[in-house]
Design a binder for this molecule. Structure first.
Ligand SMILES: O=C(CO)[C@@H](O)[C@H](O)[C@H](O)[C@H](O)COP(=O)(O)O
Length: 222
């Protein structure tokens, strides 16, 4: 499973990318709003992200509401940098836009996926990625991991990763990441704070402290 970083914060993206394990970036309007960014700066911000990690896909989300605007806006976003993927929320208009954008060679990441039929419809329209949400199911006392498992099984029954990759989204914890990996999601897109948590374990920290203490004994004995 690949790791994507789920943020629009450039500093977080640069830090996570420098670790060498980040294979993509996903952003959305809420994550961009969190950076304090203005509408006029949106495209320039996406370019900065794309240039900061030029060898991995960067999802930039369109807020258009008609197929025509999604296609026009998608072509504009895709032209900003070669690694930009156009992110669209699942709806009738975005399915049609996905089919059209694919004809132009533009990759689409279809987001806000909560059900198996939604995921299969997105694949069928030609989405390069589908993004089922986990945490938001947990928020309403449903099992987000179980829902993700159903989507992974159904999509993999009919499509391979060269057609459509599954991005487990709305992940909040290392356990979400573990479960997404075990059930076969192609990608986990992880917020920076959760990515940092994934790095650590108390036994790793304890082991490191022991190595350092023992090495001091070795160096001070010389
Ligand atoms: O859809 C994708 C990735 O393609 C994500 O960026 C997705 O929008 C985010 O994971 C969610 O919006 C995060 O939602 P939440 O868990 O913070 O409620």
């Amino acid at each position: 499973m690949k790791f994507f970083i789920d943020t629009a914060d450039l500093a977080e993206i640069k830090t996570a990318y420098s670790w060498g394990c980040v294979a993509g970036v996903t952003t959305n309007p809420s994550l961009y709003a969190k950076t304090g960014g203005k509408l006029a700066d949106f495209e320039a911000h996406m370019v900065k992200i794309a240039e900061a990690c030029p060898d991995v896909p960067v999802s930039a989300e369109s807020t258009a509401t008609t197929t025509e605007d999604m296609v026009a806006g998608g072509l504009r976003l895709a032209a900003l940098a070669p690694n930009i993927v156009v992110k669209l929320p699942i709806c009738a208009e975005s399915l049609a836009a996905t089919k059209e954008l694919k004809k132009h060679g533009v990759n689409v990441n279809m987001t806000l996926i909560f059900t198996v039929p939604q995921a299969l419809m997105a694949c069928s329209a030609g989405a390069r990625y589908v993004s089922p949400f986990v945490g938001r199911f947990d928020d309403i006392a449903e099992d987000g991991i179980e829902q993700l498992a159903n989507i992974v099984t159904a999509v993999k029954n009919y499509y391979g990763p060269e057609h459509t990759e599954i991005i487990a989204a709305s992940l909040r914890t290392p356990n979400h990441v573990t479960q997404a990996a075990l059930l076969g999601a192609d990608i986990a897109t992880v917020p920076f704070a959760a990515m940092e948590k994934c790095l650590h374990h108390p036994l790793t920290d304890r082991g490191l402290a022991a190595f350092e203490a023992d090495w001091k004994k070795v160096t001070s004995a010389q």
